[in-house]
Design a protein around this ligand. Structure first.
Ligand code: HDD
Length: 755
């Protein structure tokens, strides 16, 4: 750095940035400042910010650290200043003409502070306003250069930094996380060849086939315009009115009413690029590709009643889950799978690969796993990173290209356009979180908030005065796949797009019984909230085309007759797909056991101290997150001399926040919680939400007081209601852990619930 500083032309107005002065602490500094000239290669996370999670993120060699470190700020040991770096003597009192006199216009410190505050908010995203994000990396499992020249896939073990944002679609920025909705899954890869944004969802198909319909879809699902209700919910007339008149939506409606729309965690959901993309190799040869993210933690969902309660118990449920998992070192991971197929294969599919309401069944094209995504570091600042990150479906790199999917084509326009109003101008790519790590050289200039100081007199091309630079990259740059175009200009769609029901039926028949039950219940809930009977009837008429049984069950749940089917939009007979097991949520149980599962140990005075500590430690060892839950926080007397420290009260930590419960033994008699309605409700809800429950010794009294049945509806023992003696604790815990690793006891599920 000293050499670098010495080599720079001297700028007298910035003397502190040159030579030795750059390293000399000036008054007010309590530590050696990093050189203002520090570059990516020299600054490190620890120098720039002590604020790393307790998980000690494995940052490795991450080219993002340098550029982001340059703008990270820590105030420790620093004096308060204005934005002009003038030290502020008094931040409590404005400047007045006399102690009781008017505040003076002269008070530039007051005015700067208030003015900045007045402009702190930016427009929220028009969709996906509510979200959470994290840093990490993508690691390639091999060399994929045979199918793509994209740099991130060029070698085994190659790591590319990423920033990933998850979101809901409909809710506003402050809305709750656990509403029924599609989840966004947007990945920004900072590759050496520029940024690639894979802006996907947790559902592989979409509501509509044309970008032209997107504003209508979103207007319909957002709060109704006259009174601004309801928030973050599709269960209202305008959404279902639009849906009932748009039969292409039916496949997506089945996903939307399935438990996919209420994930347990962002870490436990799949991600999909949705559209068919192209991969292109160095010879310009291209293949079609669908992108799939599969969570190592498995795909797991909430149950609806639990999701609703979580809206109140913790509106930040998914945000907190992601943050805490990373902070505790349990880094969320996904594998990237590609479905790669040729044009010739695509031509034989019974659907059009340009239609985003269709998926490619894995039986037709299996997944090829090419790498993993690891999220290992929380952002330092929500606004600077999570809010200002700007994804764009048009951000691709050499090796990846688009198809003519009309929804995708419209997206290519929308994202940059929206950032211009959201982030205040055309230079949003210079905001640190959006900046590529690859260098930017072009003749684009000026605009609001320009950061780059482009040197020289030439800002045009062709030029001779700058030796023709920056020069075109030719084949080393992005080359679009040449595709023959034919046909007249026309507004319309191919015939196969009109097959609206075959894949909806495929999804329905690929679901297990319990998943089908939940779909019926979700339709019942949504359509019960719809006030207009004709809308309900039209939805039923569309469902008849999917499956008579489905339509009949939804109709019965609404007290309606099954209407005549909606006339199909095509005369082609529906295609009869065989069931596709990967479409079931239960197909991917995951391989992380009980890691990060939240387990409540219900405790009150007199609880078996050694046993409770043993259970707690055993769960911690497995990576789970045990918590002592009682009627209030603080110390309670246990059976031995050592008191226990209750971490959270039932009031502040209700049942919905825990994946499972344990009631330890009370050796000296009855537990006071058996007369506490909150504790009994806690247990009833654990049972109702299909969670594993373990009671040891006289802890079982609590289960009985809560009327928790120990049999399944078919009379078999409930594997998730485990009552054990203190002497077979190890065996009982092993059974409990096995059930918890499978997430829920779905065999317990009944409608209506039994407790
Ligand atoms: Fe979109 C945001 C995903 C169709 C227009 N979209 C946005 C985000 C995700 C998606 C994950 C949030 C990104 C973030 O975290 O900042 N969108 C999708 C998927 C689609 C899709 C998977 C279909 C396959 N979107 C779609 C269409 C249009 C848009 C058809 C417009 C024609 N989407 C936008 C947008 C947003 C956006 C208005 C709002 C905020 C933003 O872009 O940055 O441009």
């Amino acid at each position: 750095d000293a050499q670098l500083a010495a080599d720079m032309p001297y700028n007298p107005t910035k003397a502190l940035e040159y030579g030795d002065a750059a390293w000399v602490p000036h008054e007010g500094d309590t530590e050696t400042p990093t050189s203002p000239l520090a570059t990516a290669s020299t600054s490190t996370e620890t120098v720039a910010s002590p604020k790393v999670g307790a998980g000690q993120p494995d940052l490795g060699d991450n080219p993002l650290d340098g550029p982001l470190d340059r703008v990270r700020v820590d105030d420790t040991g620093r004096m308060l200043t204005t934005n002009q770096a003038v030290r502020v003597a008094d931040n409590q009192n404005s400047l007045k003409a006399g102690l009781r006199g008017p505040t003076l216009m002269e008070d530039f410190i007051l005015r700067e502070k208030i003015t900045h505050f007045d402009h702190e908010r930016i427009p929220e995203r028009v969709v996906h306003a509510r979200g959470s994000a994290a840093h990490g990396y993508f690691e390639s499992y091999g060399d994929q250069s045979a199918i793509t020249r994209a740099a991130l896939f060029s070698a085994t073990g190659k790591r590319t930094p990423v920033f990933v944002r998850f979101s809901t679609v409909a809710g506003e920025r402050g809305s709750a996380d656990t509403v029924r909705d599609v989840r966004g899954f947007a990945v920004k890869f900072y590759t050496e060849d520029g940024n690639w944004d894979l802006v996907g969802n947790n559902i592989p198909v979409f509501f509509i086939q044309e970008a032209m319909k997107f504003p209508d879809l979103i207007h319909a699902v957002k709060p109704e315009p006259h009174h601004g209700m309801p928030q973050a919910s599709s269960a209202h007339d305008t959404f279902w009115d639009f849906a009932s008149l748009s039969p292409e939506i039916v496949h997506m409606l089945l996903w939307h009413t399935s438990d996919r729309a209420i994930p347990r965690s962002y870490r436990m959901m799949q991600g999909f690029g949705v559209h068919t993309f192209r991969l292109v190799n160095a010879h310009g040869t291209s293949v079609f590709c669908k992108f799939h993210w599969s969570p190592m933690a498995g795909t797991h969902a909430l149950v609806w009643d639990e999701a609703v309660r979580l809206v109140a118990a913790d509106p930040d449920y998914h945000r907190r889950d992601l943050w805490e998992a990373i902070d505790s070192g349990q880094f969320p991971q996904w594998e990237l799978g590609l479905q790669v197929f040729s044009e010739a294969q695509a031509a034989r599919f019974p659907f059009d690969i340009l239609d985003p309401t269709k998926l490619v069944p894995e039986a037709l094209v299996p997944l090829r796993t090419v790498g993993k995504l690891v999220l290992n570091r929380n952002p330092d600042n929500f606004f600077a990173e999570t809010e200002q990150v700007a994804f764009c479906a048009a951000h691709v790199v050499p090796g990846i290209d688009f198809t003519n999917d009309p929804l995708l084509q419209g997206r290519l326009h929308s994202y940059v356009d929206t950032q211009i109003s959201r982030l205040g101008g055309a230079n949003f790519h210079e905001i640190p979180i959006n900046s590529p790590v690859a260098p930017i050289h072009n003749n684009q200039r000026d605009g609001m908030h320009r950061q780059q100081i482009n040197r020289g007199r030439v800002n045009y091309e062709p030029n001779s005065l700058a030796g023709g630079c920056p020069f075109q990259a030719g084949v080393r740059g992005f080359v679009s796949v040449p595709e023959a175009s034919h046909g007249n200009e026309v507004r319309g769609k191919p015939e196969l797009f009109a097959d609206h029901y075959s894949q909806a039926r495929l999804f329905w028949i690929s679901q297990t019984t319990v998943e089908q039950d939940h779909i019926v219940q979700a339709f019942r809930f949504e359509l019960t909230r719809v006030q207009t009977p004709a809308v309900r009837k039209r939805v039923l008429a569309a469902l008849v085309n999917v499956d008579n049984g489905l339509a009949a069950r939804v109709a019965a749940s609404l007290g309606m007759d099954v209407p005549d089917p909606l006339p199909p939009a095509t005369s082609r007979p529906p295609y009869q797909y065989p069931p596709s097991p990967p479409l079931s949520l239960f197909h991917r149980p995951g391989n992380v056991g009980v890691a990060t599962r939240r387990v409540a140990l219900l405790v009150a005075p007199g609880v078996d101290g050694p046993q409770t500590r043993k259970l707690y430690a055993a769960l911690l060892d497995l990576g789970a997150a045990p918590r002592l839950v009682g009627d209030q926080i603080g110390k309670i007397a246990a059976s031995d001399d050592a008191p226990l420290d209750v971490e959270i009260s039932i009031e502040a930590g209700p049942s919905a926040l825990f994946d499972a419960v344990i009631v330890p033994d009370y050796p000296e008699g009855e537990c006071a919680l058996s007369r506490d309605a909150r504790a009994l409700e806690f247990l009833k809800l654990q049972f109702r939400h299909l969670k594993p429950m373990l009671a040891v010794g006289s802890g079982a009294v609590l289960l009985r007081a809560a009327h928790v049945p120990d049999k399944l509806p078919d009379g078999q023992p409930d594997p998730g209601v485990i009552v054990a003696d203190s002497c077979d604790l190890a065996d009982a815990l092993a059974r409990f852990v096995a059930v918890l690793a499978r997430h829920r006891v779905y065999a317990r599920d009944t409608d209506p619930p039994r407790v």
